[in-house]
Structures are given as structure tokens and as C-alpha cells.
Ligand binder design. Structure first.
Ligand code: GLU
Length: 508
């Protein structure tokens, strides 16, 4: 097999959908698995749909996921440039080659004439209302006009397009790695536009020319491109490149959580999950869409969950690092049918990565988030909190939310819990305990634990009596982790202050 070279070829028309990231990921995994190259190519020939910032967004998304390209905008390489708008001259040359070999033709029809043709075919019910091998001979093009007329129109700068001349009666067959044999009869295909008089190719021509020149071995892309694949095969044949045609693999769709249709931005808004890797602010409408990064996902979790939306390892294993994915990935294990996106499962993945992350990293992220809310904390304290609290959280911000009592003394006490557990003699017992804790050395979990139990024994107070009151004083509610650990993290001064404050002020 020749060297594996694959490409991710997004059009910068907006933010990258998570399905697009999955396409990039599968390309990357396939390339790395086979020791090949992964290219990023920006398909920006459609100037009308160009959105400023989208290219930058796409690159930043891939970088965040750890999907690094070997070649792409910004890399010096013989196969570049990697932005189609910078390759305009190349496409013209191949459009001319197709004209000269009779595989394509000029067409001068106006939008009104095209519309009239469609209406006529519809009314006659004589076939597909399209520009094709049946209708082309009744249109204004270099097949019906004289050579002089065509020359005159071109010289006069008349608007034209170059269309492929689809063969009349041929079966086009392609082998798709995922979908198997795909057959289409050429009579179903229309004479697609390949090139326009503004000097720009359309997607189809540019895509095929670039895949050929960049020596792409496998085209791995979304299922929405399957209907274009027969045309691409025709183009390879027409350009005489059949022998170096890449292999195709069309990936199944990502489906809504209920399985009914393609996962869209609206589903995310409706059900409260992001469909984009990073937050995106639309430069035209100013509307902001949420992203996985900003929602608190680890890139490792996002990549892991995407990998399993369409591919399965054939085992029960669900947790995969990027390296493990590279080692296990194969296109043969990508299913034909769409994969339902499950937002709860997405959280489950993040939960896992939150637990396995070095605690230092979690603490750093907590520090940064708390800082943005105006709270300053030492990493040492945050590491202890993270160790204690992360097991119950799916996201770093949830640890912070559930740890607020570490940062602020209770401003009020859970009334229901206090009514049940705060007894008449609780204040007195707590004050006594505070005096004892004053002397504990060192003020750490173990010593606090030991002294508290000794205190209970000496004073004939059961845990059921002491602990709920102590918890109310320290946390403000009946919940939270082990009290000795809480006290160690709070420190002696803060702990005793809270205990004494509650003893003085909490009345039920
Ligand atoms: N530019 C196309 C897109 O936006 C690329 C499709 C392909 O990979 O051939 O998805």
C-alpha cells in the first residue's frame, strides 16, 4: 500500500460541529495508526459563505483536542498551499484540461433560463428537472452553440460556468470501506458546475484536484458527502487519474439523543449541552453558542466520547487515551448506522477524567476559576479540597460549587436540619470541644479525629449528639465530607471561630 495520507477539509463557514471534530479525529487516528500523514486543508472557495474567524476557530478546536496536523496552513511543505483560495490558478488548468478533452463544456445560461428549463421538465414530467445529458442539448452551451459564438461570448467577458459532461448510460461503482459497494446510474447525475467565470472552482473540482495533487490515499468524511462521491469518481476518470483514486469511507451521522435525525445546534440549546468544541460567537448575529471547553470538559474526555460515537473497539473497554485510540482504531469497526449522542454519557466520561487527572492540575484549574470569581486560595488548600471532593463531581466547577463552605463561613444554617439536631445543650458541648481543639497539635485530620473521640468518651457524649451540631457549625448544613478533614483544611483559627460563632448565635 502506498503511504497513508488523509485530510480533514472543512469549509470555514462557521464553527465546527462536534460531528466535524469526529471526522477530523477518525482521519487523525487512521493516519497515525498506519504511520501516515494527517493534513488540514481549508476549503474556502465559496466566498459567499466565508465567515471571518471560522478558520481560526477550526484550528483552535483541533489543537485543543490534541489532533495535530502534519501538513496544513502554516506548515511549509511541498504539497501546499493548504488554503484553496491560494490555489486558484491550479484549478483553472484542470478545468481547461476537461474542456479540451471534451469531458466538460462551457454553459452561458442565465438564472431565468435555468429556472424555465426546470419548470418545463416538471410540467412534462419527462425526467429529473436538472441540467443533464437529456436537457443539455436544449440549453445555451458549447455543445449547442457554434465555436465562434462561444469564442465571442468568452472574449466579451460574458458570465459562464464550466459543467461536467456526465456520460449518458454508465454505471458508476465505488467501493466504500464502511458502506460497501455503492452503484449509481449516470442518468441520475446532473452536469454539476465545476468552475465559474469569477475564476473560482466549485467544491467538487477543487476537492478532487487537491486530493490528487496532495496524494490523498483515503477520503474519510461525513455521510452527507456520499451523494457527491460518484461525481468525484467521474472526475478522477475524466482527468485520467483513476489509478490514483483514493479509497472512500463515509462516516455515519451523529444523531439526536432520541435517535430521530441529525444532531443539531437546536438540540443542544433545547437539551442543555454543547454541540461545538469551543464557545463560538457569531460575528454577524453576535449570538454565542456554548462549547465543550467552556462547559468544563477535559479535551481527553471529549475526544474519548467522540471516538465511541460511531466506532467500537469490539470489547467492553470504554476509556481510551488518544494513544490507545490510535492503537485500536480501524475503519472496519465503524458502523453503518448513525450513533445517538447521549449527554449523560458525555458527563460520565468527564467524571472519569476528573478522577484520573493529577490532583495538581485539578487544583490549578480550581484556583483559576475561583480567581475569576474574586477568590484567592492557595494550591495546597485546593489540592486537599480536590482530593476530598472530586469523587462526587463531574466537572471542576462542580467541585468548587460543592466546596463553597471551605471558602466562606456559613451565613445561615439549614433550618430543617437544625430543628432536628441542634439541642439545648449543643452550644455548651461545642464550646467545650472548641477549648479542647485549641490545644491539639498538630492540627491535622488524625489528631483532630483522635481528640474528638477522646472528648466524646470523657464527656459521655455520643457521636449522634456531637457530630450533627458540629457539622452545622462548620458547614451550615447536614452534608459534606468527614469533619476532621474539613477542620484540617479550614485550619484551627477558622474552625474554632465557626464553632464558637454557631454556639453563640444559632437558636432554634
Ligand atoms: N469542504 C467539505 C466540508 O466542508 C469537505 C468534504 C470532504 O471531505 O470531501 O465538509
Amino acid at each position: 500500500m502506498s503511504k497513508v495520507r488523509v485530510r480533514f477539509a472543512p469549509s470555514p463557514t462557521g464553527p465546527l460541529h462536534m460531528g466535524g471534530v469526529r471526522t477530523a479525529l477518525y482521519n487523525y487516528l487512521f493516519a497515525k495508526k498506519h504511520g501516515g500523514d494527517f493534513l488540514l486543508r481549508i476549503e474556502d472557495t465559496d466566498q459567499n459563505r466565508y465567515v471571518p474567524g471560522a478558520e481560526q476557530y477550526i484550528m483552535e478546536s483541533l489543537q485543543w483536542c490534541g489532533i495535530h496536523w502534519d501538513e496544513g496552513p502554516g506548515t511549509e511543505n511541498a504539497f501546499g498551499p493548504y488554503r484553496q483560495s491560494e490555489r486558484k490558478e491550479i484549478y483553472r488548468q484542470y478545468a481547461m484540461q476537461l474542456i479540451e478533452s471534451g469531458r466538460a463544456y462551457y454553459a452561458f445560461d442565465t438564472p431565468e433560463e435555468l429556472e424555465a428549463m426546470r419548470k418545463r421538465i416538471e410540467a412534462e414530467k419527462s425526467g429529473n428537472p436538472q441540467y443533464d445529458s437529456r436537457s443539455r442539448l436544449s440549453m445555451k452551451n458549447s455543445l449547442t452553440l457554434s465555436g465562434d459564438d462561444v469564442e465571442r461570448r468568452l472574449a466579451a467577458g460574458e458570465n459562464y460556468v464550466i459543467r461536467i459532461k456526465t456520460p449518458e448510460n454508465e454505471e458508476i461503482v465505488l467501493e466504500d470501506i464502511i458502506r460497501g459497494t455503492v452503484k449509481v446510474h449516470s442518468s441520475q447525475l446532473d452536469d454539476k458546475v465545476l468552475f465559474k467565470s469569477d475564476g473560482m472552482p466549485t467544491y467538487h473540482l477543487a476537492n478532487v484536484v487537491d486530493d490528487y495533487l496532495m496524494k490523498i490515499s483515503h477520503v474519510i468524511r461525513g455521510e452527507e458527502w456520499l451523494p457527491s462521491a460518484p461525481l468525484h469518481v467521474l472526475l478522477y476518470q475524466s482527468l485520467g487519474w483513476e489509478a490514483s483514486m483514493p479509497q472512500f469511507a463515509h462516516l455515519p451521522l451523529l444523531l439526536k439523543p432520541d435517535g430521530n435525525g441529525k444532531l443539531s445546534k437546536r438540540d443542544g440549546d433545547r437539551l442543555g449541552f454543547p454541540v461545538f468544541p469551543l464557545q463560538w460567537k457569531d460575528p454577524n448575529s453576535g449570538e454565542t453558542s456554548s462549547g465543550y471547553r467552556e462547559a468544563g470538559y477535559f479535551p481527553e474526555a471529549f475526544v474519548n466520547l467522540l471516538a465511541l460515537l460511531g466506532w467500537n473497539p469490539g470489547t467492553e473497554q470504554e476509556i481510551f487515551s488518544l494513544e490507545e485510540l490510535v492503537a485500536s482504531f480501524s475503519l472496519e469497526r465503524v458502523g453503518k448506522s448513525g450513533s445517538k449522542f447521549d449527554p449523560e454519557k458525555a458527563k460520565w466520561f468527564n467524571h472519569h477524567y476528573l478522577q484520573s487527572q493529577p490532583v495538581e492540575i485539578v487544583a490549578e484549574q480550581m484556583q483559576e476559576m475561583a480567581r475569576q470569581q474574586g477568590q484567592e486560595n492557595t494550591l495546597e488548600k485546593l489540592q486537599k479540597i480536590a482530593t476530598l471532593m472530586r469523587e462526587r463531581a463531574n466537572f471542576v466547577y462542580e467541585i468548587l460549587e460543592q466546596s463553597q463552605f471551605f471558602f466562606e463561613a456559613p451565613t445561615h444554617y439549614d433550618e430543617g436540619f437544625a430543628k432536628k439536631r441542634w439541642k439545648e445543650d449543643t452550644p455548651e458541648i461545642l464550646k467545650k470541644l472548641a477549648d479542647v481543639l485549641e490545644e491539639v497539635e498538630p492540627f491535622d485530620t488524625e489528631s483532630i479525629h483522635q481528640v474528638t473521640h477522646q472528648f466524646m468518651e470523657e464527656n459521655q457524649v455520643g457521636a449522634g449528639k456531637l457530630m450533627p451540631g458540629l457539622r452545622l457549625a462548620l458547614v451550615g448544613s447536614g452534608m459534606g465530607p468527614d469533619l476532621s478533614t474539613i477542620m484540617e483544611i479550614l485550619g484551627r483559627e477558622e474552625s474554632l471561630q465557626r464553632i464558637r460563632h454557631a454556639a453563640e448565635n444559632l437558636k432554634v
